[in-house]
Write a new protein. Structure first.
Lengths: 148, 219
């Protein structure tokens, strides 16, 4: 039986990382967020109840400190594709995390790593496809909501 | 052709060494000024661009490389470069430099051969400076096994002890003794003597302990 709360490790506390950390923390999950720059933790909301670790996640010592081995979910959400791809593979193949996911902005690289068995999300393609859909529906307003 | 990806003096001197041996060399570097400088000083092909970008690697004819060395200062870039070259471009061999010594092991688990300059240097320095009577350190089996020659001096606690009574840790073995210029393969009853040079084979995990047992030095 799955425990109601899950242990989630997030690498990168930029806009995406902070959004995920806040959301998962609010849902009652146990969250640890790692970032190289302490200043970036200011992006977290005041009710964020998880842990913050200042460090470079490409050092496995930092992932160990975050108890990655015990994580149910691992999300690599920094702005650097290669960092995300590396830490996600390390979480999956070295620390044995079942659900490890990476943000990959370059569609060409995303395709390759999906072939290698990594769970990836490409924000470029998501935004691009969303915008393309809106271009196809000119009656929608610029903010994405249908016009009255 | 050998492809070098990265910058700094490492890339310059590696390229120079390969060229001197008659190999073709392609260098990929993201800094335009450094590229201009490298192209002036070396008869290598220089491609300016991000080495982990598949388009740049295609431009550098990565698929014709027999070996790729990823020596950028960022471990994550070196991993991506090696994986791209092996998987997408079918390069037979790709090696990565890692900065964090722990990443040697991590990369190995991800199927990439990596070496850490920090580890190589620190091992050399520790072994050479702490123990000048210990020589010929040969790491074998990717560093898992050490073959070391140890001189037994006056401080060695094992002098006069039969080999079977020497408290060596597990996974270590004295394979050979050089005594007065003659090599002998010892048995359990063989006594160790002052001035013996013993050939110690040990797993890296027990190497320090085995050296301490033989020499009495604090390693």
């Amino acid at each position: 039986m799955r425990a109601p709360t899950r242990y989630v490790v997030i690498v990168g506390c930029g806009r995406l990382g902070a959004y995920l950390a806040d959301g998962l923390s609010r849902q009652g999950h146990s969250v640890v967020v790692i970032d190289r720059a302490e200043d970036n933790f200011r992006g977290l909301s005041s009710d964020f109840s998880g842990f913050r670790i200042v460090g470079d996640a490409t050092e496995s010592a930092v992932l160990q400190e975050a108890k990655t081995r015990d994580a149910d979910v691992f999300i690599a959400a920094t702005g650097e594709d290669n960092v995300n791809l590396m830490v996600c593979q390390v979480a999956q193949k070295v620390f044995g995390v079942r659900q490890a996911m990476a943000r990959v902005s370059d569609p060409a690289r995303e395709d390759l790593y999906r072939q290698l068995g990594l769970a990836t999300v490409c924000p470029t393609l998501l935004a691009g496809d969303g915008l393309l859909r809106m271009v196809g529906k000119p009656e929608q307003a610029a903010d994405g909501r249908p016009s009255p | 052709m050998k492809a070098l990806i990265g910058g700094g003096r490492v890339v310059y001197f590696l390229a120079r060494a390969f060229l001197a041996k008659g190999h073709g060399v392609t260098i990929v570097n993201r800094n335009r000024d450094e590229c201009v400088n490298l192209a002036r000083r070396l008869s290598a092909t220089v491609v300016c661009g991000e080495g982990s970008d598949p388009h740049v690697l295609a431009e550098a004819w990565a698929d014709t490389a027999e070996v790729v060395l990823a020596v950028t200062p960022n471990d994550e870039d070196n991993l991506a470069i090696c994986q791209l070259c092996l998987v997408c471009f079918g390069v037979p061999r790709a090696l990565a430099l890692v900065n964090d010594p722990d990443n040697e092991e991590v990369f190995r688990k991800l199927g990439i051969t990596a070496f850490s300059a920090v580890r190589v240097l620190s091992t050399l320095i520790e072994e050479r400076t702490a123990l000048e009577d210990i020589t010929n350190l040969i790491p074998a089996a990717e560093g898992q096994v050490n073959v070391t020659e140890v001189l037994l001096d006056e401080e060695a606690p094992v002098i006069g002890t039969p080999l079977q009574d020497v408290a060596l840790p597990p996974d270590s073995l004295i394979a050979c003794i050089v005594r007065s210029g003659r090599a002998l393969v010892p048995r359990g009853a063989t006594e160790l003597r002052l001035g013996d040079r013993v050939m110690l084979i040990s797993l890296t995990s027990n190497h320090g302990e085995a050296l301490r047992a033989l020499t009495g030095h604090k390693v």
